[in-house]
Design a protein around this ligand. Structure first.
Ligand code: HDE
Length: 715
């Protein structure tokens, strides 16, 4: 026999045949993914519209494994939602380091300017269920998973820098009080109810955070326009083992902006997905949200030099007292491919840190370290949730953890213990100097005790500072928010207690609130003007220099003035805003000189609360058509009431005159352009650069609160 043959067939031929077989097999394995419907076992399915029955009218058979698998999987599609932060959305992106931070931390993702680390970020509201509305007044979660080369680092923060309680042991009490009441499961996604204010007035450490949540920060315009804070105090530790206390802050490049309370209510009905789609659309359009990361640092020897205890999570570190240092940038540039697989299954934990980042003894943080993994064990069905793709670190994982529900890794070998000799002691611990995590060697001494440090017992002075630092408009909004929230409380005693508590923050504010909610006005209390004033607490002092991604509604009908509409639309687009034409019907409309443009939305499919600003171009016929429609005026009046920038030219100005807008001066033929309280008008055939510049500046301002002074409509 020829040594180059096997069973009479040449080796070469055999190899060729073998390769073809592998190719065929591969083809078969790929085929189902591409096209063929299969069961979860990979068996191709020939029919999926009817279950297997005895005759066309007979009973369904248990042996229909495809039917059983399909229904069983469906039955288990829902997993428990998060007990808090259930409603949210997430996106991918990257973090770019600006500064060499090695002097302060050995964390490698912060060691070199320009260093890029992939991230996944989830934004959320706290109280509502998974299907609740995005725009409810609430704290927003801002959780970031950094997939660093040294393992995953999670920065699990909020858009408000302080927390309601000082010690994690009170978290279940606090959350029980804010969630819908247990007998009625009312209200959804709202803190405006008895049990919440009962808790607030029974545990006064909540006072400072309550002021922040009832300010406009509780109703952000967009996830892209809010700050993020670590809230808890952490530590940076450098290669020499020197530690410093730190807090992190994210600052959005688009500025910090809010909705108006009335607007957020309406959006809850008109578009409950407002924030979710705002983020998705921005990324889809290539307008990637960006935030800069700042760190505040306190030297260990300065730990006790502040008015507040730096371990107290109900106290903010004012930027005027502890200056933040800018260290990097976050860019969010990719929407998830599958909401469930990524956003629902992502699991954050403040205990996921890398060498160079460590914990402080902040008693809220200490409790959080335990809670997150514990909750994820149930929510994600066992101890292997770190193997779900969105949670998997990019850094390699080797350890002796084994088995459990849904184990994905196929560990080889016999040894799953340490130390071992049979497996050459693999994997083995790595010393600190080679990248092993070493806990900060803090000296701790003391008696076991259930108590808090003295400075923790000051519940009001920062709340007074917060109120004192607000602009007059912000103060007005806080008073209205209290009147709404506490006005919903049925118990007279709780309403009275709340107002009495507010007097410890600011007497005048408490009296204003009392007036609106039918309780006795306090006669004694604190004058917040005597407390510290920190401009950084106020949203009025954040940057307002861009109109990028702002949505501008252009109301027009057939017969509009083409030159005016396109001049404004082009200028807005050039500045990065998104103008959209709204008309009675979708399709196209024709200008007075016969030019056709596309309509983006009909009046019926949209509403003024979905826009940041409004423009009405000229054209007599367009004016006549718009004037006939109620929706034109509801759009216009509402945009005005919500203090948004409004522009009108030519015949469009007459619409303003016919609306409820009072107290605004509009252009006449003597004046070229009139700019009054964010309403920009012209009747003349003018230099459009000036007109559009003024309109763009008015949009960048975001809101024109001075209008509220004359519109006391809801006080
Ligand atoms: Fe959380 N928190 N929290 N929290 N938290 C959770 O973990 C908890 C706190 C924050 O998008 C839960 O996986 C305790 C402060 C965010 O998936 C849970 C205490 C801050 C998210 C939990 C706090 C946060 C959570 C629920 C008091 C701002 C959403 C589901 C000691 C710094 C993360 C989950 C995401 C989620 C516990 C207080 C932020 C139950 C016990 C302070 C952004 O483990």
């Amino acid at each position: 026999m020829n040594i180059f043959t096997l069973e009479g067939v040449s080796i070469k031929k055999q190899e060729k045949k073998g390769r073809k077989k592998i190719k065929d097999l591969k083809k078969n394995r790929e085929y189902p993914e591409k096209k063929a419907l299969t069961t979860d076992q990979g068996v191709k399915v020939s029919h999926t519209d009817d279950s297997l029955k005895v005759g066309v009218r007979g009973p369904t058979l248990l042996e229909d494994f495809h039917f059983r698998e399909k229904i069983t999987h469906f039955d288990h599609e829902r997993i428990p939602e998060r007990i808090v932060h259930a409603r949210g959305t997430g996106v991918h992106g990257y973090f770019e380091c600006y500064e060499d931070m090695s002097k302060y931390t050995r964390a490698k993702f912060l060691e070199k300017p320009g260093k890029i680390t992939p991230v996944f970020v989830r934004f959320s509201t706290v109280a509502g269920f998974r299907g609740s509305a995005d725009t409810a007044r609430d704290v927003r979660g801002f959780a970031t998973k950094f997939y660093t080369e040294e393992g995953n680092y999670d920065l699990v923060g909020n858009n408000i820098p302080v927390f309601f309680i000082q010690d994690a042991i009170k978290f279940p009490d606090f959350i029980h009080s804010v969630k819908p009441e247990p007998d009625t499961e009312i209200p959804q996604a709202s803190s405006a109810h008895d049990t919440f204010y009962d808790f607030i007035t029974s545990a006064t450490e909540t006072s400072n955070m309550l002021m922040w949540v009832l300010s406009d920060r509780g109703i952000p315009r967009s996830y892209r326009m809010m700050e993020g804070f670590s809230v808890n105090t952490f530590r940076f530790v450098n290669a020499e083992g020197k530690g410093r206390f730190i807090k992190f802050i994210w600052k959005p490049l688009l500025g910090v902006h809010s909705l108006v309370w009335d607007e957020s209510h309406k959006l809850g009905g008109i578009d409950p997905d407002f924030h979710r789609s705002d983020l998705f659309d921005a990324i889809d359009n290539g307008d990637y949200p960006e935030y800069e990361l700042y760190v505040q640092m306190v030297e260990e020897e300065d730990e006790h030099k502040f008015e507040f205890d730096i371990l107290d999570p109900t106290k903010h570190w004012p930027e005027e007292v502890i200056k933040p240092m800018k260290i990097g940038k976050l860019v969010l540039n990719k929407n998830p491919d599958n909401f469930f697989a990524e956003v629902e299954q992502v699991a954050f934990c403040p205990g996921n840190v890398v060498p160079g980042i460590d914990f402080s003894n902040d008693p809220l943080l200490q409790g959080r370290l335990f809670s997150y993994i514990d909750t994820q064990l149930i929510r994600l069905g066992g101890p292997n949730f770190h193997e779900i793709p969105i949670n998997r670190p990019l850094a390699p994982v080797h350890n002796h953890q084994r088995d459990g529900h849904h184990r994905m890794t196929i560990n080889t070998g016999k040894t799953s213990y340490s130390p071992n000799s049979l497996g050459d002691n693999y994997p083995e611990p790595v010393p600190g100097e080679d990248g092993g995590y070493e806990h900060y060697m803090e000296k701790v001494e003391g008696k076991k005790i259930r108590d808090r440090s003295e400075k923790f017992k000051d519940h009001f002075s920062q709340a007074s500072s917060f109120y004192n630092s607000m602009s007059p408009t912000e103060k007005e909004h806080i008073i209205k928010a209290f009147r709404f929230e506490v006005g919903k409380v049925e118990s007279f005693e709780v309403r009275q207690k709340m107002v009495d508590q507010l007097a410890k923050i600011d007497l005048e504010m408490s009296q204003q609130v009392a007036l609106g909610i039918g309780v006795k006005s306090p006669s004694e209390g604190v004058d917040s003007k005597e407390s510290n004033n920190f401009p950084s607490f106020s949203m009025a002092n954040t940057v307002k220099n861009t109109v990028k991604t702002r949505k501008v509604a252009i109301l027009a009908e057939n017969g509009f003035n083409y030159k005016e509409l396109t001049a404004v639309k082009d200028a807005l687009q050039q500045a990065g805003a998104t103008p959209e034409v709204i008309s009675r019907h979708m399709g196209t409309i024709k200008s007075d000189d016969g030019q056709e443009i596309e309509v983006d939305h009909s009046f019926i499919s949209t509403s003024s609360v979905e826009y940041d600003a409004l423009y009405i171009p000229g054209g007599r016929q367009s004016f006549n058509e718009l004037k006939k429609q109620d929706r034109t005026f509801s759009f216009l009046n509402e945009a005005y009431e919500h203090c948004k920038a409004i522009a009108a030219s030519g015949a469009g100005v007459d619409l303003l005159r016919d609306s409820n807008i009072s107290g605004v001066s509009c252009a006449n033929y003597e004046s070229e352009i009139v700019d009054d309280k964010g309403v920009i008008t012209t009747l003349n055939n003018i230099d459009w650069d000036d007109f559009t510049r003024l309109f763009i500046e008015a949009i960048a301002e975001h809101r024109h609160w001075e209008r509220e002074e004359e519109m006391m409509y809801c006080i």
